[in-house]
Write a protein that binds this ligand. Structure first.
Ligand code: PLP
Length: 286
């Protein structure tokens, strides 16, 4: 079964080359305010400021030598790009990254600084994705998918393993931000095996809600457009591989407004004095 296979892959995953065991921070003010215990997994503290280095590295390290020497290519609205560029740099592999022209310059520049060869194309992740697929075909570059890949999912799942090691008390619920569903599928593959009583709750922006629409319609729906305020999760269709893992196991799927995301950014600032990107505040908004 896919869930068990991915669980095994999480246990064997190695992300140590590019990521650190981030703190699971007790959010003291918020916990007091809502009379509960709230913890934040501080993936914003990774050198590329998100968890994406985990999945990318776990995938890329397992390529054959022939594949590694062919070079790799990825499409990304930003964070996956930085994860791929960092992993490729660590493993001495050439990386081409296609990013939409709407990508914030701060993310484009970080990819360039990590040695990635950036190609700007189109207005959305989907445009960039199509173009990257074509370049991959034309030039024999290995395509590294941001979420629809078992080894990428397994890499993201390593943060869930860390959470269970960091917090020994039972966890009532875990709120997970969703774009294409790779992180959520990884979290599910860990929690549904090792902590089945924990409710796994998916969180999306209400204007970029491909998972909740798919759950409602019982099939993967392609949204006409998605809001890009939380650019890190602006995906029009939930993954082909991730959806069948998520659908039977996710306990709840909720959508939050831009106002709620902004309020969560402020809560995180008050708690940490760090300013996170909108996608980074999504799970707390949930
Ligand atoms: C990629 C990303 C997500 C969503 O991950 P998926 O695997 O695409 O669902 C959420 N938050 C941040 C900050 C991200 O970079």
């Amino acid at each position: 079964m896919t869930l068990e296979r991915i669980h095994e892959k999480v246990l064997k995953a190695d992300v140590s080359g590019v990521s650190m065991v981030t703190p699971l921070q007790h959010a003291l003010r918020l916990s007091k305010k809502i009379n509960n215990h709230v913890f934040m997994k501080r993936e914003d503290m990774q050198s590329v400021f998100s968890f994406k280095c985990r999945g990318a590295y776990n995938k890329i390290r397992q390529l054959s030598n022939h594949e590694k020497s062919s070079g790799i290519i990825a499409a990304s609205a930003g964070n996956h790009a930085q994860g791929v560029a960092l992993s490729a740099q660590q493993l001495n592999i050439d990386a081409t990254i296609v990013m939409p022209q709407t990508t914030p310059p701060i993310k484009v520049n970080s990819v360039r600084e990590l040695g990635g060869n950036v190609v700007l194309h189109g207005d959305s992740y989907d445009d960039a994705y199509q173009f990257a697929r074509q370049l991959s075909c034309d030039n024999g570059l290995i395509f590294i998918h941001p979420y629809d890949d078992e080894d990428v999912i397994a890499g993201q799942g390593t943060l869930a393993l860390e959470i269970l090691q960091q917090l020994t008390e039972p966890i009532d619920a875990i709120y997970v931000a969703v774009g294409g569903g790779g992180l959520l599928a990884g979290v599910i593959s860990v929690f549904k095996v090792l902590s089945p009583k924990t409710k796994v709750i998916a969180v999306e922006p209400e204007n970029s809600n491909c998972l909740s629409v798919a759950l409602k319609m019982n099939e993967r729906v392609q949204l006409d457009s998605v809001g890009i305020f939380a650019d890190g999760v602006a995906v029009k269709q939930i993954g082909e591989l991730t959806f069948p893992i998520i659908q039977p196991y996710v306990d709840e799927s909720i959508c939050v407004s831009i106002d709620e995301i902004c309020s969560a950014i402020k809560d995180i600032y008050e708690e940490t004095r760090s300013i996170v990107e909108p996608a980074g505040a999504l799970s707390l908004a949930g």
